[in-house]
Design a protein around this ligand. Structure first.
Ligand SMILES: *[C@@H]1O[C@H](CO)[C@@H](O)[C@H](O)[C@H]1NC(C)=O
Ligand SMILES: *[C@@H]1O[C@H](CO)[C@@H](O)[C@H](O)[C@H]1NC(C)=O
Ligand SMILES: *[C@@H]1O[C@H](CO)[C@@H](O)[C@H](O)[C@H]1NC(C)=O
Ligand SMILES: *[C@@H]1O[C@H](CO)[C@@H](O)[C@H](O)[C@H]1NC(C)=O
Length: 957
């Protein structure tokens, strides 16, 4: 503690002798009213002087509150109409409080000074209040990723200063409102550069007025809606447009206006998955294009157009299922920036000539299902991905390496993860902490970046992530955010065509961020203060909640703030105060001293090993460890190596002398239960060896200890991924991959292990994920061998986990493999809903059955599905079949359930329906210097840039 108590005393006396509260009374009442409708409030929101006491997230100019920034504060409840009291408010950011919801109060419209209204990733519902249209100074409106319903109010057309307009990922219906003869509409927003309306249920035709020569739009995103009719020919008037997304509207039809090639600044064009007709659009002259996707439309049949080879910045050309024919020009492969060509399902014919000077960034050519009958590869053999399956050339018996499905020819590459710069052995961290890229243990701020239109498609090229890491770190530091480093993980394209990347921001100089730090960093991202390098295009960010542990030393401010109260009580005697302060000082100091870790007893003397030692199990593959060895590799079972609680004791991380990481499970002292489970686990695990079953490396029965040593599985449990705890995001295809692995693991236990094994505790926390997202079934403490007496069932005391437990087994106590099938069925449902099987009296099986309507798409389960999956029938291929399988697995009678082997084949079939194996990628290659230009940066208006940076925080007088 660096503040002397005498100094504090001095400060207090000075403060106390002036005034205790100096915030405007109306503002204080407003904030108190707002906090009253929250279940929790920021930790130092006490008293009646928000400005003087520096309440978390509150910024004042003199005695008036001008900013509320409370992103990622785990707030829950609603936003009270008391907000209207804060008449000087300019910034309101409540983003990333996912339990903050209800409808927005209409009184928000009276905040006549409001410039930035940012409510990203909350749960606000109901209609968008039309009164928001009265906020004449509003520059920045982000209501994306909430649950708003109803129409876009016409009144928003009155926001004449609006620069950023984001309503994406809600449940909005109706059309885009335009000038009605009296009232301005969205076509009057002539200062707005960003229209982000994707991922709603907007419908009707796109009004032609919305594109006019006064508009300055650079991003127009209306993808994943229900728009119909044709694209108005006025589109050509938006001549500064850079990103255009019309994709996934299904009903959008008619020809693409021919003047589209007036859009000479357009870099990303998405027209895929509509019903567009007429000739294939001519993109000649659109020289800034880098990403073009026009797949799955119904254009007239045509031959390969000339513009194919005339787009110098093109990285990605996606033209699937479009009846384009003729020979592919060799120059296409020589484009200097080209990375991915997805051209399957066309009529390309004749000879495919890739030539010898193909572009250095070229990674994938997918020409499945065309009519190519010859291949010419000049010079060195073409060694990137080329898929010719379903072409006549594949009937000739040669070129077999190009005639396999993607899965066979290219196993999934490990997902990207920022490397850690540790010299020697990596440190090990407490369970709540992670190792930062600079090799310190800390609690990172986590979330997901969603890039809505990146200009590249090659996810195996690490240079993009390195660029982003470096850029974020530099800029965050320049905004005075106290960070140590940035880590990125698991990039992938999700069902909405967004590039998702998991982000971790590590605190600098301390183990975890304080609430104020989090609100500052959240604001940098929610307010788009941070702009990524241009190749990444527009983005949004969704944070996970960040729990600030209570033992974190409070800031000087909040300490000092509590003192006036004490002063009040003890008013008069300065000596009394001084003594009091000294006492407080020493108490707080004592508390902060690290707790001494108690020495653990070296052996479990009380455990009677005789009962078990008579039959030390026969082991294949597993070895015995001495107590001393395990003590050494876990650094004396240090707290830092404690990675969680297993079935019957603690689990520690250890590093073998070979450098291999292992997990060591140590039985609790004197646990008889543990003793049984320990033996069961050794006996069973030493019999089984399968890719999808965690493998036992050895055990220790030394000095009365019972310990098991497993391979270390880095990505945690499936449960942690589903709840978003681990930062591994699972899209639909990845979920299928994980569930297929799990099913294979269980099927192996049932059908190939001899004698068969019933696991008895299949659940999401017993499935581990390795770095390639391979599922590993673990925790065999409750498992049983079947059929030693040839009967295939045993009578046993019922064990398992509520929610997953087979009711038939529970009633009859007869255990068969079908009990695992039941639990697996529950797990299948958990995978698509991301809900606990049993929560507050709601049982997942019953919920799904109640909502099920097989006549609707996705069986009418939209509301139950995990929002992360992005519930649309096109993106969730095979979901119906998946639900059918899950429901068969949870049939009441075991006999009606499929075997695990049957489940495996069914999941394989569903995986193919969903579009095959996860995104595969070939070996990474160096990043060519010629990066396609993407002019996203530098487009902010002077009114908003800088005005809201944490660094420009105005301190109270
Ligand atoms: C709004 O735009 C329309 C044209 O789309 C124009 O006729 C009208 O005057 C504009 N109204 C205002 C208030 O700017
Ligand atoms: C194309 O853009 C120019 C300005 O760059 C504009 O004058 C012209 O009207 C546009 N043409 C069409 C057909 O929209
Ligand atoms: C085109 O449609 C097919 C089948 O629905 C789908 O698998 C594919 O992903 C779509 N292509 C693009 C680029 O969206
Ligand atoms: C390829 O298809 C075109 C029509 O798209 C046809 O005119 C041409 O003869 C075909 N070429 C070969 C080699 O089959």
């Amino acid at each position: 503690m660096e503040l002397s108590p005498w100094l504090i005393l001095f400060g207090v006396l000075v403060q106390a002798s002036v005034i205790l509260a100096d915030t405007n009374v109306q503002d204080t009442a407003g904030l108190t009213g707002i906090a009253a409708s929250w279940d929790t409030k920021p930790s130092n929101w006490d008293g009646n002087d928000p400005c003087g006491d520096k309440w978390i997230g509150i910024i004042c100019i003199q005695d008036r509150v001008t900013s509320i920034r409370l992103s990622s504060q785990s707030l829950s409840g609603t936003l009270s109409g008391d907000i209207q009291s804060l008449s000087e408010l300019q910034y309101l950011d409540l983003s990333y409080n996912k339990d903050l919801g209800g409808s927005l109060p209409s009184s928000i419209g009276s905040l006549s000074n409001l410039q930035n209204l940012i409510l990203v990733g909350c749960s606000f519902a109901g209609e968008i209040p039309k009164e928001i249209g009265q906020l004449s100074k509003l520059i920045f409106l982000s209501l994306n990723s909430n649950r708003f319903t109803g129409h876009i109010p016409l009144s928003l057309g009155g926001l004449s200063k609006l620069y950023w307009f984001d309503l994406a990922e809600n449940k909005l219906t109706g059309g885009l409102p335009v000038f009605d003869g009296t009232n301005p509409g969205l076509d009057n927003l002539t200062n707005t550069k960003h229209f982000h309306f994707g991922g709603n249920q907007l419908s009707g035709t796109i009004p032609s007025q919305i594109f006019n020569s006064h508009m300055k739009l650079i991003h127009f995103l209306v993808d994943n809606n229900n728009f119909s009719g044709s694209i108005p020919p006025t589109l050509g008037l938006l001549n500064v447009l850079e990103v255009l997304r019309f994709d996934n509207n299904k009903q959008l039809s008619g020809p693409v206006p021919t003047n589209i090639n007036n859009l000479t600044k357009l870099a990303e064009l998405h027209l895929e998955n509509n019903q567009l007709t007429g000739p294939l659009p001519d993109l000649t002259g659109m020289t800034a294009l880098s990403f073009v996707d026009m797949s799955n439309n119904t254009f007239n049949a045509s031959d390969a157009p000339a513009w194919f080879t005339a787009l110098p910045s093109l990285t990605s050309l996606y033209l699937e299922n479009l009846q384009i024919g003729g020979q592919l020009p060799q120059e296409l492969f020589a484009l200097s920036a080209i990375q991915t060509l997805k051209l399957r399902g066309n009529r390309f014919n004749g000879t495919l000539n890739i030539g010898s000077d193909f572009g250095s960034q070229l990674q994938t050519i997918d020409l499945q299902g065309n009519q190519i009958d010859q291949l010419t590869v000049g010079g060195t053999q073409y060694n990137k991905k080329l898929i010719l399956l379903g072409n006549p050339i594949c009937n000739q018996g040669n070129n077999e390496q190009y005639c396999k499905t993607a899965t066979q020819s290219n196993p999934a590459a490990p997902p990207y993860s920022t490397s850690k710069n540790c010299s020697g052995l990596p440190a090990t961290c407490l369970p709540s902490q992670l190792l930062s890229p600079s090799c310190t243990c800390a609690v990172p701020y986590k979330g997901t970046l969603f890039f809505r239109a990146p200009s590249f498609s090659d996810l195996s090229n690490e240079s993009y992530y390195l660029l982003l890491e470096k850029d974020m770190k530099t800029k965050f530091l320049s905004y005075k955010a106290l960070i140590d480093s940035i880590a990125l993980h698991n990039p992938f394209f999700d069902a909405n065509n967004n590039l998702e990347i998991s982000l971790e921001v590590f605190p600098g100089g301390k183990v975890q961020f304080g609430e104020q730090d989090i609100s500052d960093i959240g604001f940098i991202l929610s307010n788009q203060t941070y702009k990524p390098p241009p190749v990444f295009g527009p983005y949004y960010f969704i944070a996970q909640s960040y729990r600030v542990a209570t033992e974190v030393p409070a800031s000087k401010n909040s300490k000092a703030n509590k003192l006036p109260l004490i002063v009040g009580v003890a008013a008069g005697g300065a000596v009394v105060i001084a003594v009091l302060l000294l006492v407080i000082f020493f108490i707080t100091r004592r508390k902060r001293e690290p707790k001494k870790t108690e020495e653990r007893s070296q052996s479990f003397a009380s455990l009677d090993m005789k009962s078990t030692s008579t039959s030390v199990p026969q082991l294949r593959g597993a070895r015995t460890f001495t107590f001393a060895e395990l003590k050494k590799i876990t650094n004396n079972f240090s707290e830092a190596n404690d990675i969680g609680n297993g079935g019957f004791g603690k689990v520690y991380r250890g590093t073998l002398p070979t450098g291999q990481l292992v997990a060591v499970k140590r039985s609790q002292e004197g646990s008889l239960q543990g003793s049984l489970e320990f033996r069961t686990e050794i006996e069973l695990l030493s019999r089984v060896h399968h890719k999808n079953v965690v493998s036992l490396m050895g055990f220790c029965l030394d000095q009365g200890e019972q310990m098991l040593v497993y391979e270390y599985i880095p990505n945690g449990t499936l449960k942690e991924s589903l709840t978003g705890k681990s930062g591994v995001r699972l899209d639909w295809k990845r979920r299928l991959r994980v569930i297929l692995g799990t099913a294979k693991g269980i099927a192996y236990l049932h059908e190939l292990a001899d004698p068969p094994i019933v696991h008895r505790d299949i659940k999401s926390s017993n499935v581990l994920l390795d770095e390639r997202l391979n599922a590993k079934v673990s925790d065999f403490g409750l498992s049983k061998l079947l059929g030693e007496d040839g009967r295939g069932q045993v009578t046993t005391q019922v064990k398992g986990t509520m929610g997953y437990l087979d009711p038939e087994y529970y009633m009859t106590q007869q255990l068969t493999e079908k009990s695992d099938v039941y639990s697996f069925g529950v797990l299948l449902l958990e995978m698509i809903t991301a809900k606990k099987p049993l929560e507050r009296g709601r049982y997942i099986v019953r919920e799904v059955l109640a909502a099920l309507d097989r006549s609707k798409d996705l069986y009418g389960l939209h509301d139950l599905l995990d929002p992360v999956l992005g519930a649309s029938p096109t993106s969730l291929g095979g979901l119906e079949q998946y639900v059918d399988l899950a429901l068969r697995c949870v049939e009441e009678a075991g006999a009606d359930r499929p075997s695990m082997g049957e489940a495996v084949s069914e999941i394989e079939r569903i995986t193919r329906m969903a579009g095959g194996a996860p995104e595969s990628a070939s070996e990474s290659m160096s990043y060519a210097s010629r990066t396609p230009r993407h002019p996203y940066g530098g487009d902010s208006p002077s009114e908003y840039s800088g005005g809201g940076l944490p660094s420009s925080r105005v301190e109270p007088k």
